[in-house]
Design a protein around this ligand. Structure first.
Ligand code: DAH
Length: 339
């Protein structure tokens, strides 16, 4: 019977409305039962099968069921919408205790860091910071430093020539000349900066950094030089690193000495880093050769001086125990961010 069928459809629709767990499923149920092509509409169409006198009552019945279903739908819809809003709010909740987004912060290159530290130590001893050009006249890089044209010392520093009269400076020592031309003695100056040599392996890089120091005064001795360097090395590396002076030769100093530090990796026992000797060379030093003073019109009978020039990468390698000098210029962020 059609009335019975109407009851069945009603019960199914009611169950579907109650069972819907989200608004989407609920809406699908609405379309299935209450929609234009839905099951209640089909019932209305089937009404023609009934005798005429029964039709109004059947129509009323179906309409009542429809109204009832519509209000059930509305109730369920409100309920589900509220639930959905609540879960959405719960999921979107701001947790004020969460850390903010991480930004990658830049930092100083380890070489800059080491230069600043060295500068800081020597500034405390009264040294001012000086600088000079990276492209030097041959005269500043060599001749004024008592390295004449055919001197073998020129071959030792594999030089990048710009033209026959200009070079990429092979050391920071030419800044000694610029400073002596500029300053009136007595004075103390340091000059950190890049230098260039045509050379590359684990312990040599074509561009690296040096820090030059120059002191000019009335009476200056090797004892002053040794005392200054020993103090500086202790301040920079800590008291466990020892210093040693080896007699050497540089055309611009007389006498000259090379400065070694005890190897921080093997603690002086001998390893690959120090080539088994237990010591690592950090640079050269000496008393300023009177011939250099003459070049810049400083009277050697009145003034004396000491100078030293250290490799900055060398010092960083010793301080941080790094095995390959080329890491400093490879720009690998994993290496750089360790400092
Ligand atoms: N300029 C030298 C070099 O690069 C190092 C050096 C030696 C610097 C002795 C000095 C010095 O100031 O006195 O090999």
């Amino acid at each position: 019977m059609l009335q019975e069928k109407a009851n069945q459809v009603y019960e199914q629709a009611k169950a579907a409305i109650m069972a819907a767990n989200d608004t989407k499923t609920l809406y699908a149920a609405k379309v299935q039962f209450l929609g234009k092509q839905g099951q209640l509409s089909s019932l209305m169409k089937e009404m023609v099968q009934l005798p005429k006198e029964e039709r109004p009552e059947f129509g009323k019945l179906v309409n009542e069921k429809k109204k009832s279903l519509e209000s059930q739908y509305e109730l369920r819809e409100n309920e589900l919408k509220r639930q959905e809003l609540e879960t959405q709010i719960a999921n979107e909740k701001l947790d004020m205790s969460l850390p903010g987004p991480q930004f990658n912060r830049g930092q100083k290159h380890p070489i800059t860091h080491v230069i600043e530290e060295i500068t800081d130590i020597l500034s405390r001893l009264g040294y001012s910071v000086q600088s000079g050009p990276l492209i030097e006249k041959d005269w500043f890089n060599f001749e004024a430093l008592n390295i004449p044209p055919d001197h073998p010392a020129r071959d030792e520093q594999d030089t990048f020539y710009i033209d026959h009269n200009h070079v990429l400076r092979t050391h920071t020592s030419p800044v000694q000349i610029h400073t002596m031309q500029k300053e009136k003695p007595p004075f103390r100056a340091i000059a950190p900066g890049p230098v260039f040599r045509c050379d590359s392996d684990v312990s040599h890089s074509p561009n690296f950094h040096q820090i030059e120091a120059l002191l000019i005064d009335k009476t200056v001795s090797m004892a002053d030089l040794k005392g200054t360097i020993a103090y500086f090395v202790r301040e920079f590396f800590g008291s466990e690193i020892k210093t040693r002076f080896r007699p050497s030769f540089f055309p611009f100093t007389e006498p000259s000495a090379e400065v070694d530090c005890s190897c921080p990796i093997c603690k002086g026992k001998g390893c690959r880093m120090c080539k088994g000797s237990g010591w690592i060379e950090i640079g050269g030093s000496g008393l300023v050769n009177p011939k250099v003073l003459e070049q810049v019109n400083i009277d050697p009978s009145e003034w004396q001086g000491f100078a030293f020039g250290f490799g900055v990468e060398r010092m960083a390698i010793i301080k941080y125990g790094i095995s390959d000098i080329r890491l400093f210029s490879d720009n690998d962020i994993r290496f750089l961010s360790q400092f």
